[in-house]
Design a binder for this molecule. Structure first.
Ligand code: HEM
Length: 526
């Protein structure tokens, strides 16, 4: 048959070259579309229903904005667990507390991997550039997780209290000074970014970020923010539509490479500075130095860099955006601030605005307030995507090894079977139901390794900020977690820019507390 078709085609080309050329131009993409459609359909996971989807792109156009909320709405039609398709890749989405417990809780090991994305893993990162949170399962990941887990467990955190003390104190001082004691509006975002970054640098490299005027502050926050965008599960079309990877001028890939190069510069500088201090014997104890000196840690250079990156980026976009949303809400809710002050007064007077840095979350209302902020402003709404390494059977249906699974932490936090009023911001719910599940840190084997540190950091920052200031709105901002999102396509949800007034509750006591604390710690020590 081919022996008759080929000569016929060849004759057609010779007789009608332009028509044949145009026809070929049309036929190639059409053939690709048909073949790809076959591949896409074959990839679907049997037995799981889900929303209808488009050829080539699947459900990408449907979930471009506020994906987690769209998934939550779909769960009302297709059930708690359904599948949708991003380009060629089918994804199982888990939307309720009960289903999350059954799938992520009972199959922890089976869900121990992360999917590999073209832009992030193949263009942006090599092993050294991949954080623990974005690494697929491997022996190297197990070693890196072990290193990070021992640096982030309870006994280790107890040794970081001095650092938490200095950084949260400087956060309050920044609010007081840049806000001119409540007279000038301030944007709290850079303040909290400095806190998070300085803590990460101290814990990891033994060096502080004293001021937000430092050019390194701008470089790291800008690059890490851009890199976080490349981790967007919907922003990079070439991740799901293989043919787009052939485009050598892809703006996404070029930008990703530029960010990788810029990140390499500051990582090399931070590592080199620490090496020099270690060689001179003047370094401060820190995670990198501990691992380098630990002969049994058996981590290679790439793995060490991966841990540094994890420590650097782990709290940078999560803690910062959470505090940004929370301060905006508190400014608009004087009633919650009053309740917080009433609860704080059981332990600290207004003469002690900085409270006690050693306080391990004894004020129950502040603990409840932090948990409610984490629930309501679940910043990583789809946690981090998981890949299965073994088959899972859920309600008689098979999720085969190698599948991608999303935990819709946002929907689980809003589960009406757990809460009768999930849409309302109400810290008291955590006093009424202290054992209720919180999904913001994920679930199972790959759950957030930094949650204990984050909780302690948030508690101290909140109690000090609330006992030092009455927070008042300076500009308007929508604090609704969906409507108010500044970039509804982003992996990490943040609110729009705004300003607040930090009015000291007792200015004299605050000045004195900051002065005494400066004296004790040595102001601005790097
Ligand atoms: C409010 C602050 C934070 C939030 C909301 C948060 C949230 C998350 C989430 C949702 C995951 C994925 C969990 C999963 O797949 O089930 C994760 C992973 C991770 N987080 Fe956090 N995180 C926060 C702060 C931190 C901090 C401060 C650190 C470290 C300094 C950290 C280190 C990690 C690490 C190492 C992982 C990867 C775990 C793994 O893949 O094995 N996180 N985080």
């Amino acid at each position: 048959m081919i022996s008759t078709i080929l000569p016929a085609l060849s004759a057609e080309f010779n007789e009608q070259p332009i028509r044949s050329f145009l026809l070929t131009l049309l036929l190639i993409p059409l053939t690709y579309l048909i073949l790809n459609e076959y591949v896409r359909r074959a990839a679907r996971i049997k037995g799981f229903s889900g929303p209808p989807n488009w050829p080539l792109v699947g459900n990408i156009p449907d979930i471009k904005y506020n994906a987690a909320e769209k998934y939550r709405q779909w769960s009302k039609i297709y059930g708690d667990v359904y599948q949708m398709q991003l380009g060629n890749i089918p994804v199982i989405v888990v939307n309720s507390a009960e289903a999350a417990r059954k799938i992520f809780g009972q199959h922890s090991q089976a869900l121990s991997s992360r999917p590999v994305f073209w832009t992030f893993h193949k263009v942006l990162s090599n092993t050294a550039g991949t954080t623990i949170g974005t690494s697929p399962f491997s022996d190297s990941l197990k070693r890196r997780r072990k290193g990070a887990a021992s640096a982030l467990n309870k006994p280790s955190i107890a040794t970081y209290i001095d650092h938490l003390d200095v950084e949260t104190r400087d956060f309050v001082k920044d609010g007081f000074e840049s806000g001119q004691a409540g007279k000038k509006g301030v944007d709290p975002m850079p303040m909290i970014q400095r806190l998070s970054l300085s803590l990460a640098l101290t814990l990891n490299w033994g060096t502080r970020m004293v001021s937000r005027d430092d050019p390194l502050f701008h470089e790291i926050t800008e690059v890490e923010e851009m890199i976080s965008k490349f981790r967007s599960t919907t922003g990079n079309l070439q991740d799901y539509i293989p043919i787009l990877r052939l485009n050598p001028f892809s703006g996404g890939s070029m930008k990703a490479r530029e960010m990788r190069d810029r990140r390499d510069v500051y990582l090399t500088r931070l590592n080199k500075d620490l090496d020099e201090r270690m060689a001179k014997g003047i370094h401060k104890p820190c995670i990198q130095a501990n691992i380098i000196l630990d002969k049994e840690a058996s981590l290679n250079k790439e793995e060490l860099t991966s841990i540094s990156l994890t420590m650097l980026s782990g709290g940078l976009d999560t803690i910062t955006t959470l505090v940004q949303w929370s301060v905006a809400l508190l400014a608009q809710r004087p009633d919650i601030q009053e309740k917080a002050i009433e609860a704080i007064r059981k332990y600290y007077s207004d003469e002690e605005p900085l409270c006690d840095a050693q306080d391990d979350q004894k004020c129950e209302y502040i603990v409840a307030l932090v948990r409610e902020c984490l629930r309501y402003y679940c910043v990583l709404r789809l946690a981090l995507p998981r890949a299965t390494v073994k088959d899972i059977v859920y309600e008689g249906k098979l999720i085969p090894a190698g599948s991608t699974v999303y935990l819709n932490a946002w929907a689980c936090n809003m589960d009406p079977k757990i809460w009768h009023d999930p849409e309302i911001f109400r810290p008291e719910r955590w006093l009424e139901q202290p054992d209720a599940p919180l999904f913001t840190y994920g679930l199972g084997y790959r759950m957030c390794a930094g949650s204990l540190l984050a909780n302690r950091e948030l508690y101290l920052a909140f109690i000090r900020m609330l006992n030092s200031f009455k927070i008042m709105p300076k500009s308007e901002v929508d604090t609704h977690p969906v409507r108010g999102s500044a970039d509804p396509t982003s992996l990490v949800t943040m609110c729009k820019d705004y300003e607040v007034l930090f009015k000291p509750r007792n200015e004299k006591a605050l000045k004195e507390a900051l002065r005494r604390s400066d004296e004790r710690k040595g102001v601005g020590k790097a």
